[in-house]
Design a binder for this molecule. Structure first.
Ligand code: UTP
Length: 474
């Protein structure tokens, strides 16, 4: 074991070669264990890669040229047209894959949720409009319902980050794995990336003994699944497809048989569920096809003229908006995770609190730092036969992103969307929900309107807020 001076020299030499030695400036003021923590963090930074990212040597994309070349992606729309198979065939195929134990679930829940301003991991946010169930519980209930319906075990891989890991573990333990079997739940942690000063490119310190680190983006899933052994575990269990969702969309169709079926029928290595954009500049990534490759152009990168272009029927030409629900082939994921640069890094200017040279903490009011993140959807261009399946926003998209008061993507809007969707299920069975009344259906009671129709009376009238759960008697 090198002594503390040797360790300092070793780190100092390494950092100096990249003009980052300032992060050792408080070395003499911190304890041995603090030094150990800082040393570990520094050793985990790929300084050569960081130099390239700071210098912007990774390829900048010409979005105007991309937008010009962009065409709608190969897709099936919500009613089932556009594919060479029917929705019923897709559903059957997907159901068979689930029954055969070929499907695993991935929920990514490592984000810091800064916009929502909730002090705990977002997965612990109460979202049930009547039940107050958390986002994690929402998906656990759905997964239990699917496991029961198909008499199968579906392994669940939950990705956390340094920011959410401890609390997520504790939450699952304290709540008996939310009704799931602990053997079927694996919580794994994504990697981190350091933030740098946006002007100087210097690493920022969060504390005297800590770099300013943040999760490496949802694209970190690829490396983290591999590093944690989850990918191997999935393969060992016979899982061939992973159903990926993000924890902050309570309407996400986790392990949806029809979506899985479309993916399998298309022989796709990665399938993405999308919504038809409601207006040209809606803030969702645009799923497009460029020279036969499916890829995403972020709304912020798509020139308005391309966003607004319409087809012969007057519909938006680039219509498909990403909602981050994907089916990913396990062998494809293995191939991608074997290649360290399978996913590029994106830069984001963010507000990052930091310690200055005098040891004073600054909490900037304006973005001061650059963060580097990978995005899962950057896998799409590498996937063979990448495919797109449309879902109606009212059925599959209610993101919880912003604090109350914002115009879009708040928890109250998501609760309203859940209640309205479940109300429409009750109405499709002939029932009535009085105005202003909230309803919520647990998937263990009914996972879709068809199942519900066998369970409620067509004359049902719901007059007060009502949660249909496993104990409901009608
Ligand atoms: P967002 O990009 O919306 O980030 O993540 P966020 O952390 O939830 O919220 P803000 O931007 O700080 O306000 C979309 C989904 O991807 C997950 C999040 O947990 C969320 O489910 N995510 C994001 C990760 O798992 N890791 C990351 O590094 C980033």
């Amino acid at each position: 074991m090198p002594d503390q001076n040797e360790k300092f020299d070793e780190l100092h030499n390494r950092l100096k070669a990249h003009q980052q030695e300032h992060v050792l400036r408080f070395w003499d003021e911190i304890s041995d264990s603090q030094r150990k923590q800082l040393a570990t963090q520094i050793e985990e930074v790929d300084l050569v890669q960081l130099d390239a990212l700071i210098a912007g040597q990774d390829a900048e994309q010409d979005f105007a040229a991309m937008a010009k070349a962009a065409a709608p992606p190969p897709s099936v729309n919500a009613e089932g047209s556009g594919a060479n198979w029917t929705v019923a065939e897709a559903r059957q195929r997907g159901e068979q894959a689930i029954r055969d134990g070929q499907v695993g679930a991935v929920i990514v829940a490592g984000g810091q949720g800064t916009r929502l301003g909730f002090p705990q991991p977002k997965g612990m946010f109460p979202i049930g409009p009547v039940s107050n169930r958390t986002l994690f519980q929402f998906f656990a209930d759905r997964l239990i319902a699917i496991q029961q319906a198909y008499s199968v075990k579906i392994p669940l891989f939950v990705m956390t980050s340094e920011a959410t890991d401890d609390e997520t573990h504790a939450y699952f333990k304290e709540h008996d794995y939310l009704g799931l079997s602990p053997n079927d739940v694996v919580i794994f942690k994504q990697g981190t990336m350091p933030a740098v000063d946006a002007e100087t490119g210097k690493l920022l310190l969060a504390e005297k003994d800590s770099l300013a680190l943040s999760p490496d983006g949802h694209g970190g899933t690829v490396a983290a699944l591999q590093r944690s052994g989850c990918l191997q575990e999935a393969k060992d269990r016979g899982v061939r497809q992973l159903a990926y969702i993000q924890v902050d969309n309570p309407l996400a169709h986790l392990c949806d048989p029809t979506l899985l079926g479309h993916h399998l029928m298309a022989e796709s290595e990665m399938t993405t569920q999308v919504i038809r954009k409601r207006y040209a500049t809606e803030r969702v990534g645009n799923v497009v096809s460029i020279d036969g490759q499916v890829q995403i152009i972020e709304y912020s990168d798509l020139p308005d003229s391309a966003a607004e272009a319409t087809d012969q029927e007057g519909q938006l030409r680039l219509w498909a908006g990403n909602i981050a629900v994907h089916i990913i082939d396990v062998d494809f994921l293995q191939r991608a995770s074997d290649s360290s640069d399978a996913l590029p890094f994106h830069r984001a200017r963010k507000k990052v609190p930091y310690l200055d040279a005098a040891g004073l903490v600054h909490d900037p009011a304006q973005p001061n730092a650059t963060k580097f993140e990978r995005f899962i959807f950057d896998l799409l261009p590498q996937a063979k036969n990448a495919f797109v399946a449309e879902v109606l926003p009212c059925q599959g998209f209610a993101p919880v992103k912003n604090a109350e008061g914002a115009a879009t993507d708040t928890a109250s809007l998501a609760r309203q969307a859940i209640s309205e969707l479940h109300q429409s299920w009750i109405e499709s069975s002939g029932g009535v929900v009085d105005s202003g009344v909230q309803v919520e259906i647990n998937p263990l009671f009914a996972i879709n309107p068809e199942e519900l129709s066998g369970k409620i009376s067509p004359k049902m009238q719901v007059q007060t807020d009502r949660y249909f759960d496993t104990l409901s008697r009608l």
